[in-house]
Write a protein that binds this ligand. Structure first.
Ligand code: SIN
Ligand code: CO
Length: 376
């Protein structure tokens, strides 16, 4: 059981997205949710995104996984980072749950790092909020203020920034959290063999939103309105201020009409950046099979990292699962809440649903897609 021992409501009000902070002993008696050996094993898998960063005298050297063995890296000066561990290691979900005081749509992934002394990824800025939780070992973190930080060595393609003046300089030990909002430069240095955990949250950029919106409009052959006016100005070579505004208002119309944006938004926000461990049923099962499985004692477990979202005041009866819109006509909102909130739906709950055809149809679809699977 992972329970945060600080006031999460006060954190959201005063700190979230505003300023970096250190929370010492944020978890009591913290137990690492994964071992270094298990992490090293995950980084050997093709489908799992991993990298090793070596600290060199002249900078940092990044090697992309998968890895066959780690002997060549020695005892010092490197760090293994594995993304989306929650997708591949179901046992880590209990740890991720502690951060569900923030909504699922914002959650990116659980990244786990194994670092040897002097290992680190170098000073950088992230465009997401991150909670860095220290497990085994000790790491020293410096965090600078937001500002005009230059890319390291003037290289515009470098993810690294120049050294900065720290506003936080702290050694994290087991159970401590460092929270960093987007835009604050930070740098970790490893003091002793360490496992640490990054819980990341992000929100879409205007660029991403417009790309998704454009794709959705093209797919659905919508968004064909054009600018019209009933008065034109005399100045031939100029676009008037009113007309600039009128043209751009076409975009505002889309942004203000839930019928135009809701499905796009639901699909977009329920999608994952990293691959999921989805195995669709080879031979589709029927509603009858699902009812039988429930009667035989099965619960339904969500695939690690899968997002099931609903939109408040949705114009259509839909939920959004892993980038797809799914019809939920004739399903009451209490049931939709359970499906979208719970990672495990127990048999005792499912038994109440077995005579509700629309719910069974939804669950059958989820099982056939590989989104939910039967668990004892
Ligand atoms: C790390 O654990 O060193 C990387 C995490 C981060 O900087 O966001
Ligand atoms: Co970072």
């Amino acid at each position: 059981m992972y329970t945060l021992n600080f006031d999460t409501a006060a954190f959201v009000k005063d700190t979230w997205q505003k300023k970096p902070i250190v929370i010492k002993n944020a978890f009591n008696a913290f137990e690492d949710p994964i071992s270094a050996d298990e992490l090293a094993g995950l980084a050997m898998e093709e489908d799992i995104s991993s990298r090793i960063v070596q600290t060199k005298p002249d900078g940092w050297n990044v090697i992309q996984g998968p890895f066959e063995d780690y002997d060549e890296y020695g005892e010092n000066g490197w760090q293994l980072l594995v993304q989306a561990v929650n997708h591949w290691y179901p046992e880590s979900q209990a740890f991720v749950e502690a951060f569900r005081f923030l909504p699922d749509w914002r959650f990116d992934d659980l990244m786990v790092s194994f670092a040897t002394p002097k290992g680190g990824v170098g000073p950088h800025i992230d465009n997401y909020d991150v909670f860095i939780i220290q497990g085994e070992g000790e790491r020293r973190w410096k965090v600078g203020d937001r500002g005009d930080h230059k890319q390291r060595g003037g290289d515009i393609n470098s993810p690294l920034v120049d050294d900065f003046e720290p506003i936080i300089d702290v050694v994290l030990t087991k159970g401590d959290i460092l929270y960093i909002p987007p835009g604050f430069p930070h740098c970790g240095e490893t003091l002793s063999l360490a496992l640490s955990y990054s819980i990341g949250f992000r929100a879409p950029s205007q660029q991403e939103l417009l790309t998704e919106l454009a794709d959705a409009l093209i797919d659905n052959n919508c968004g064909q309105h054009r600018f019209t006016s009933n008065e034109e100005v005399a100045n031939k070579g100029q676009v008037s201020q009113a007309q600039q505004q009128g043209i751009m208002d076409l975009l505002a119309q889309l942004a203000n009409d839930p019928n135009q944006y809701q499905t796009m938004l639901g699909k977009m926000l329920s999608q994952n950046r990293f691959e999921l461990d989805i195995n669709p049923f080879e031979q589709a099962i029927s509603s009858v099979d699902v009812i039988e499985a429930i009667e035989d004692g099965a619960s339904l477990q969500r695939v690690g990292g899968l997002k099931i979202l609903s939109l408040e005041n949705d114009k259509q009866a839909q939920i959004y699962i892993n980038g797809e819109a799914v019809n939920v006509d004739n399903i009451e909102s209490e049931i939709i809440d359970i499906v979208s909130n719970e990672h495990l739906i127990c048999q005792s709950v499912l038994l109440n649903w077995k005579d509700l055809p629309a719910v069974i149809t939804l669950l059958t679809l989820c099982v056939n897609q590989g989104w939910l699977y039967f668990a004892e």
